[in-house]
Design a protein around this ligand. Structure first.
Ligand code: XMP
Length: 535
């Protein structure tokens, strides 16, 4: 299968380049800058990403361009463009001031295949400290902005381009067109990577790989593990056994509802209610990391005990997706939070790992789910952390606190699903591009607030109390914080600008109906510097 290789120099937007290429129905792999696959006949082109480094930084990432130059079409983006220019004899210097934000192309070479279909004055997004002041011999400028002379260049007579701006970000209005020009016209992609082709080839591969073997899979109720299960079920039917552990800190009624959904989908699922064990082990524990560690440990114990009963199992399947695996260049190397997923099965079980979604981005997983005929409410479900509401209750955890939070969260989430908004123009296009099913009528679509945001949830601030008054009674109870964020991959996130009338209604509903809560706040922090979850 044809593929584009994206060499990652550590930019925050490298994954976004990958998503844009996939949106062109073209397969791509993101690899660390120094891991170019020498002899892969499927490679049709190479993109060099941006980087937090300057080319002059002693720690800057460098590659030997000889391994790719002349063999494949190359597109360097930001640092990628500077690196090629610097290495091949041009000059890169610190810009008088950091170029950040929107700019317009004042000139561009209209006949250049990279700019086919571009409009005069097209808006691009810049974010760089250095700038290319002289190009290598034989290179020509093919686009400029008011302040950036070499906004784009090409090596004459060669399929080698560099752009100083970021075509992968939304604010480069014709960025996707530029990438299409490169990937489809220049590299020759046949655009045959689609959800349907993925399902067909993956089901066939799974049949061949698994034969008559039995497979175990840990379900979480989330979209990734659910889609993985349905895909495997299609390949091997009842030889897939799924295990769904209820740790007692799921959303209200979630365990029962999700078990119902799985049954309708024909999955062979063992549901394990282990909530008592989790509550007992968490009693009195207040430290966030310790809570996470206990839940991770208990989860593995409960899962293993069930898995061991399936004595003839040969494989452990997981819903791991591409962003979980990308060997990203973590410049700081610090752990912010320990995330727990299924893992640590006893070695004596000798299970092999099967990860059918390991090449997919989240929006592609959703498309595959739709292709498999899964219900929309399972596919569009927001991500939910493995430790569940435990990381949304400050301080120690008790069944009563979980109950209070479940009630508040349920009112909030139902409200988000019921509140519809009309979108048009760029906003509508963005929501549709993310795969949200909606009909466009007169240039407008109607979607729920729930479908417009990446993730939402309520947090019980149970270490805080405040005074209120209800009827004639003084109350002294806990606040609940509401969180809703927009994001593409949870690496960065912005708080969602929810309508005031919606917030007013939810706040009243929660305070009137949830005993133990007398105040509602809205979390207006972005990530970074905050994180999505509070713990
Ligand atoms: P943070 O809080 O780190 O969350 O900004 C980023 C994303 O990860 C989810 N999350 C988890 N997912 N196990 C998971 O499977 C975990 O332990 C876990 N902790 C956070 C979080 O909901 C958000 O989508």
């Amino acid at each position: 299968m044809q593929k584009i290789i994206i060499l990652d120099f550590g930019s925050q937007t490298t994954q976004l380049i990958g998503r844009r290429v996939r949106e062109l129905d073209t397969f791509c792999e993101i690899l660390p800058y120094n891991k170019f696959p020498e002899d892969d006949p499927d490679v049709i082109g190479v993109i060099l990403s941006g980087s937090p480094f300057s080319v002059y930084d002693p720690s800057a990432f460098k590659v030997n361009l000889d391994t790719i130059r002349g063999r494949y079409p190359i597109l360097g983006i930001c640092y990628g463009a500077q690196f090629m220019s610097h290495t091949l004899g041009g000059r890169v210097e610190p810009a008088p001031s950091r170029e950040y934000g929107r700019q317009n192309l004042t000139t561009f070479e209209t006949s250049n295949p990279l700019f086919k279909g571009f409009n005069q004055g097209s808006q691009v997004w810049m974010s760089h400290g250095d700038t290319i002041t002289a190009l290598p011999k034989g290179f020509k400028t093919i686009a400029s902005t008011e302040s950036v002379q070499n906004a784009a260049y090409q090596a004459e007579g060669e399929k080698l381009w560099g752009v100083q701006f970021h075509p992968e970000v939304f604010h480069s209005v014709q960025g996707s067109l530029l990438l299409k020009n490169f990937v489809v016209d220049i590299c020759g992609s046949t655009q045959s990577w689609s959800a349907a082709s993925f399902v067909d080839t993956t089901v066939a591969e799974l049949k061949a790989q698994l034969g008559n073997d039995r497979v175990i899979l840990g379900l979480s109720g989330g979209v990734d593990s659910s889609v993985a299960a349905v895909l495997l079920n299609r390949a091997i039917g009842d030889r897939l056994t799924c295990i769904f552990v209820d740790h007692g800190m799921l959303r209200k009624n979630e365990f029962t509802q999700v078990m119902e959904d799985y049954k309708v989908l024909g999955l062979n699922v063992i549901g394990v209610d282990a909530s008592e064990k989790f509550f007992a082990d968490l009693a009195g524990v207040t430290d966030p990391e310790q809570k996470r560690k206990i839940i991770g440990r208990d989860f593995v114990e409960v899962f293993n005990a069930e898995a061991k009963k399936i004595t003839d199992a040969r494989w452990l399947a997981q819903g791991t997706i591409y962003p979980d695996r990308i060997e990203s260049l973590n410049i700081t190397g610090k752990v912010i939070k320990s995330h727990h997923n299924v893992g640590g099965l006893p070695e004596e079980m000798h299970l092999q790992l099967c990860e059918p979604l390991k090449w997919l981005f989240k929006d592609e997983v959703r498309r595959v789910g739709r292709q498999l005929g899964m219900p929309e409410h399972l596919i569009t479900r927001h991500p939910f952390p493995g430790p569940g509401l435990a990381v949304r209750i400050l301080g120690d955890i008790t069944p009563e606190k979980v109950r209070i939070l479940q009630e508040a969260d349920d009112i909030y989430i139902r409200g988000l699903r019921e509140y519809k908004v009309k979108l048009s123009g760029e906003e509508a296009r963005r929501v549709l591009a993310a795969g949200v099913p909606a009909d466009m009528q007169d240039g407008t679509i109607e979607v729920s607030l729930y479908d417009q945001i990446w993730q939402a949830g309520a947090i019980l601030l149970s270490t805080v109390r405040s005074v209120g008054v209800m009827g004639d009674e003084r109350t002294y109870e806990h606040p609940v914080a509401l969180r809703a964020v927009t994001s593409t991959d949870a690496m960065t996130a912005d708080w969602a600008h929810l309508p005031y009338d919606f917030m007013a209604r939810v706040s009243t509903d929660i305070i009137n109906h949830v005993r133990g809560v007398n105040r509602v706040c809205y979390d207006i922090s972005s990530k970074p510097p905050a994180t999505i979850e509070w713990e």
